[in-house]
Design a protein around this ligand. Structure first.
Ligand code: GDP
Length: 288
């Protein structure tokens, strides 16, 4: 998971997907349910043109279910069918074939009218690194196909994976770059583990994440780390107040250094680990 996106890489990624589009009936666009905006490729509409599309909001197990439901509605208003799933446990994955069929209904009905028996739908999974493409492919295949984790630059012969009798999936997903709009988007990508911690400073990521959690999910922080008092909304504007919470987290997690001081780097890593593993609770970083 170490893709550094430069213009040349983006052009190549786009070309690779455009080549594959010729082979398929449907695109399965995989987004992170916690950050459907930041995890969405900024050029996706131009790249996919009018290919029928199914949006999957993956890692829904880690996202705030109420917020995810609002995202499903927002996508529906844009004419896109979005399905929350959890590729690692397989939750809702069985819905992908029927939902895809629905997306291709008109074409299939037209074929049937002409007396053509529609062949299995051919689909391509696309998404940014670490969104869960390999996990989903393995889940749909019912066996281990690709090594999980992203392997840019490694090419191999393309093959179709049968998903039941009605769908065939390209075994290599399309890898796309995320949004890089501004620092806030970068923080969200880093907080959820979509980009490596080394790209941004881990204490900065944890600082902004703690601030966000204090604003939106204070009870989760309080419960998880047994904190007695949290800063008020006004106090959050003072960086020291946020850092004090990070230090309290560090003390609870035993991230101390010589002299009993909190090691803020270790505290930051512990907080992000708890967040990414879901131990803090189900948290969304973007709302429609
Ligand atoms: P890819 O780079 O898009 O192929 O992503 P991977 O399939 O390698 O997944 C990246 C990481 O996300 C792995 O650690 C997976 O176990 C994890 N992951 C994938 N799907 C889910 C999911 O639905 N829920 C959770 N909690 N983790 C997931």
């Amino acid at each position: 998971m170490s893709v550094q996106w430069f213009p040349g890489h983006m052009a190549k990624a786009r070309r690779q997907i455009e080549e594959k589009l010729k082979l398929i009936d449907l695109v399965i666009e995989l987004l992170d349910a916690r950050i459907p905006l930041a995890s969405r490729n900024p050029m996706i509409d131009q790249i996919l043109k009018n290919k029928p599309r199914l949006v999957l909001l993956n890692k829904a197990d880690l996202a705030d279910p109420e917020v995810t439901a609002r995202w499903v509605e927002a996508f529906a208003q844009d004419g896109l069918s979005a399905l929350p799933i959890d590729a690692s446990s397989g939750k809702e994955v069985a819905q992908i074939v029927p939902k895809s069929k629905e997306r291709l209904k008109e074409k299939r009905e037209a074929q049937l009218r002409k007396g053509i028996n529609p062949r299995a739908m051919r689909a391509l999974i696309v998404g940014i690194p670490n969104v869960g493409k390999s996990t989903l492919i393995n889940r749909m295949a019912g066996r281990s196909i690709a090594a999980t984790g992203d392997r840019p630059g490694v090419t191999k012969a393309q093959a179709w994976i049968k998903v039941g009798t009605e769908m065939e999936l390209l075994d290599t997903p399309g890898i796309l770059w995320p949004k890089f709009e501004d620092e806030q988007v970068g923080i969200r990508l880093a907080a959820t583990g979509a980009i490596k911690d080394e790209i941004l400073n881990v204490e900065d990521i944890a600082f902004h994440t703690t601030k966000y959690l204090l604003e939106h999910y204070p009870d989760m922080l309080k419960e998880r780390y047994d904190l007695d008092e949290l800063p008020t909304v006004e106090q959050l504007e003072e960086p020291d107040q946020v850092v004090a919470v990070m230090e309290a987290v560090g003390r609870r997690r035993g991230c101390l250094q010589a002299g009993g001081m909190v090691n803020l780097e270790k505290a930051s890593q512990a907080l992000l680990r708890d967040l990414r593993s879901g131990r803090l609770g189900r948290i969304s970083f973007e709302t429609p």
